[in-house]
Design a binder for this molecule. Structure first.
Ligand code: GLY
Length: 369
C-alpha cells in the first residue's frame, strides 16, 4: 500500500477516470438547484439527478467529480466519536446510459489494487442478494478470491437517498483493518466484523436502474446508469493507515492548530478531545458553506450554518480559548483544500468576515447572559 495525501488521492481518482474517458467536472455548490427534497448536497450524485432521470442532457455520458457534501443527521455524535463528521468530499464516477456493471466492476478493482495497491487479502466485496450478474462479473473479470464476496439485503446493498429519486442495487468494496486476524469466511462473521468497525466499507458502486416515486414504488429508468461514491476522508483513513478521519493529513493539520490555539494536547482527556474534534469538523463545513454563499440566519440552511458556527465557538470556550479564533482555523481549512477548491482562496476575506461577525455576536450574547 502506498501512502498518499488527501489532495494526492483526490487527483489520482479523478485522473484514473479521465483515463477511462470521463469528463472531469468541478464540484457543484453545496446549495442544491431545483431540488426541494434537499437542504444541502449530501452525495456525489445529488446534483446529477436530472442527468439520471433524463430531464437534462449531461455534457458527456461519462463524468467524474469530487463533490463537497454535508450531512448533519448525526450532528449530535460529532466530536463524541472519531468517525462522525458533517463535512466530507465524495469521489465519484458516473455513467448516464453509457457503461454498466461489466465495466465498473473491473475498473474499480484495477483502481483499488493497481493504483492504490491495497492488498487483495484485506479486501472484501458485498453484492445485493439476487445480483448473480454482479457475482459473475466479480468472479470472471477480476481476480478477487470468490470466498471474499458476500451477499447482503436491501438495507446494505440497495442505495437510495431521500424519499424519491434515482436509485438501485449496489456492490460495495470493504477493507479489513484487523491486524493478525484470520479472514472472515461467512456472512455472519462479516457483518459482526463490520459492526465492530474492523471491516470498513469505502466504495459504493450503485447500479442506478430505478426512479423512486412518492408512493414508494420503483419506476424503471429508460437507461441503466452507474453512480459510485467513495468518501475521500474514509479512503484516506485506509490508505494512510490511521485510526480516524481526524488523523488524515489535511484534517490532522487543522486538528493540531485547534490544539495550539487552545494550548491543549490531543488524546489527553475525553472532554477536550470531543471539543477539539467538533471544532475541527464544524469549521470545515462552515468554511465551505460560506464560500458557496450561505449566510448564518435563523432558518433553513442558514440556520444549519449558524448552528455549526455557534457550536464551534461554544466548544472553543469550553477549551478555554478567549476571543475569536474561527477565522484563523478557516485559513488552515483553505490552505489544506484550495488545491481542489480554488474558490476558497478567492473568497477567503469574505469567509473570515462572516465567521468573525457571527462569533462576536455569539460571544456578546453569552457574556450578556
Ligand atoms: N451514491 C453512492 C453513495 O453516495 O454512496
Amino acid at each position: 500500500m502506498k501512502f498518499m495525501g488527501a489532495n494526492e488521492l483526490r487527483e489520482s481518482f479523478i485522473s484514473f477516470f479521465e483515463s477511462k474517458e470521463h469528463l472531469r467536472m468541478e464540484s457543484f455548490p453545496l446549495v442544491p438547484k431545483n431540488d426541494k427534497s434537499l437542504l444541502l448536497i449530501n452525495a456525489g450524485m445529488a446534483p446529477l439527478k436530472p442527468y439520471f432521470t433524463g430531464i437534462q442532457k449531461p455534457p458527456k455520458s461519462r463524468v467524474t467529480t469530487c463533490q463537497k457534501c454535508i450531512r448533519t443527521g448525526d450532528i449530535e455524535n460529532v466530536g463524541k466519536t472519531s468517525r462522525h463528521g458533517t463535512f466530507f468530499e465524495m469521489l465519484g464516477n458516473f455513467s448516464f446510459g453509457d457503461y454498466f456493471k461489466n465495466e465498473i466492476i473491473p475498473w474499480s478493482w484495477e483502481y483499488v489494487t493497481e493504483v492504490l495497491k491495497l492488498p487483495k487479502d484485506k479486501l472484501y466485496v458485498t453484492i445485493y442478494l439476487e445480483d448473480d450478474e454482479a457475482y459473475e462479473i466479480w468472479t470472471t473479470k477480476t481476480d478477487i478470491d470468490p470466498s471474499r464476496i458476500f451477499r447482503l439485503g436491501k438495507d446494505d446493498n440497495f442505495w437510495e437517498v431521500g424519499t424519491v429519486g434515482p436509485c438501485g442495487p449496489c456492490t460495495e468494496i470493504h477493507y479489513d483493518r484487523g491486524e493478525n486476524v484470520a479472514p472472515v469466511t461467512n456472512v455472519e462473521d462479516f457483518v459482526a466484523a463490520s459492526d465492530a468497525d474492523r471491516i470498513v466499507e469505502f466504495w459504493n458502486l450503485v447500479f442506478i436502474q430505478f426512479d423512486k416515486q412518492e408512493d414508494g414504488s420503483y419506476a424503471p429508468l429508460k437507461n441503466k446508469n452507474i453512480d459510485t461514491g467513495m468518501g475521500l476522508e474514509r479512503l484516506a483513513v485506509v490508505v494512510q493507515d490511521v485510526d480516524s478521519i481526524f488523523d488524515v493529513d489535511t484534517i490532522c493539520a487543522l486538528r493540531n492548530l485547534v490544539c495550539e490555539i487552545a494550548g491543549k494536547e490531543y488524546g489527553k482527556t475525553y472532554q477536550d478531545d470531543v471539543s477539539i474534534r467538533l471544532i475541527t469538523d464544524h469549521i470545515r463545513s462552515a468554511t465551505f458553506m460560506i464560500s458557496d454563499g450561505i449566510m448564518p440566519t435563523n432558518e433553513g440552511r442558514g440556520y444549519v450554518l449558524r448552528r455549526l458556527i455557534r457550536r464551534a465557538a461554544r466548544h472553543g470556550r469550553l477549551l478555554g480559548i478567549e476571543g475569536s479564533f474561527l477565522a484563523k482555523l478557516s485559513a488552515e481549512v483553505i490552505n489544506g483544500s484550495k488545491a481542489g477548491y480554488p474558490e476558497l482562496e478567492e473568497k477567503k476575506e469574505f469567509i473570515f468576515k462572516v465567521l468573525t461577525n457571527e462569533e462576536n455576536q455569539f460571544n456578546k450574547t453569552i457574556d450578556q447572559g
